[in-house]
Design a protein around this ligand. Structure first.
Ligand code: ASP
Length: 313
């Protein structure tokens, strides 16, 4: 079986680099990191890394995790500011610390200690979208920062726009030794409450890899994936003997039990231990991308639609 990489649609800017790593004999974990870094640097992607949309205070806070299916080693950072490549910092957490997750100022301290460069992540374009939110949706508090600071827990309920497509980036790679790795990186929900973590840095929710059975990663409303333990569920269903199609469908159906006034889009990319892949969604028309070391160009494929009751789109 040749090496294979799959990713969410916005990963198409990095998938060739990930495949190139596999072609050179690199590991699945190297391929995942190499694939995600160009997405984190992409100024046109407002859901990941540099130029991600900010939180309620106008600060870009990033979440990321990486997992190595050989050993179940994993590392994650959450709500980290001022560093462009949280995937690489997450990897360092995995390799250099006796911990799994670092958040906020602790994650930033660690990034500095490991020699990562600081960078202002809020682009002019993202700042303008943020300004527009306040001027159009909340003119009464616009320009009165002290007024909205007192009302943030109320504002966050209105600010989150479920129609606005967010797409965390997901990558899963399997190298020709059969090793599997999985990585996720995001700026999370636009206008989130400061300090909010989504599913991306929560191992088992937004990301999980185990060589013996496969891997899965999620995008969409992270709160739902956290509550249902979605990525780990897919892998556990594979362990229980389900096919990839059954496992992904079952994990999507588990989300039906999540009672949630902010119910939103949910998407899974998944791979089994043999390198077969599929992706699942509750939104019409969603796709994912895959490429093997034998292919010249990546290919886009439709996701399997598993509608969520109460969500119309
Ligand atoms: N899952 C991410 C989060 O909840 C966001 C997304 O994929 O759109 O932070």
């Amino acid at each position: 079986m040749p090496g294979v990489v799959i990713c969410s649609k916005n990963g198409d800017v990095g998938i060739r680099e990930a495949v190139e790593v596999l072609r050179r004999g690199g590991s699945a974990i190297d391929a995942v990191e190499a694939g995600i870094r160009p997405v984190e640097s992409n100024p046109d992607d407002h859901s990941v890394g540099y130029s991600g949309l900010p939180n309620l205070l106008g600060q870009v806070e990033l979440d990321s995790s990486i997992m190595d299916g050989r050993t179940l080693a994993t590392g994650a950072v959450g709500a980290i500011k001022d560093y462009e490549h949280p995937i690489s910092i997450a990897r360092k957490v995995m390799e250099d610390l006796p911990h799994v997750i670092l958040v906020g100022t602790g994650a930033e301290r660690f990034a500095a200690e490991m020699g990562f460069e600081k960078k202002d992540l809020l682009t002019e374009e993202a700042r303008q979208v943020y300004e527009k939110l306040w001027t159009e949706k909340f003119p009464e508090v616009y320009g009165h920062r002290e007024r909205y600071l007192d009302r943030m827990r109320e504002l966050v309920k209105h600010a989150a726009d479920p129609e606005k497509p967010n797409e965390t980036v997901n990558f899963i790679a399997r190298d020709d030794r059969g090793d599997i790795a999985c990585g996720v990186s995001t700026s999370g929900w636009a206008w989130k409450y400061p300090g909010r973590l989504g599913d991306s840095p929560i191992i088992g929710a937004g990301n999980y890899a185990d060589n013996r059975y496969g891997a899965a990663a999620c995008t969409g409303r992270g709160e739902m994936a956290i509550r249902a333990g979605t990525a780990r569920s897919v892998v556990l269903y594979l362990k229980m003997g389900m096919s990839l199609l059954e496992a992904g469908t079952e994990a999507m159906k588990d989300l039906h039990a999540v009672v949630d006034p902010y119910i939103g889009s949910m998407n899974i990319v998944a791979m089994d231990a043999g390198g077969n892949h599929a992706a699942f969604t509750n939104s019409e028309g969603a796709t994912y991308v895959f490429m093997t070391t034998a292919m010249k160009e990546p290919e886009e494929k439709p996701r399997i639609l598993v509608p969520t009751p109460g969500l119309t789109r």
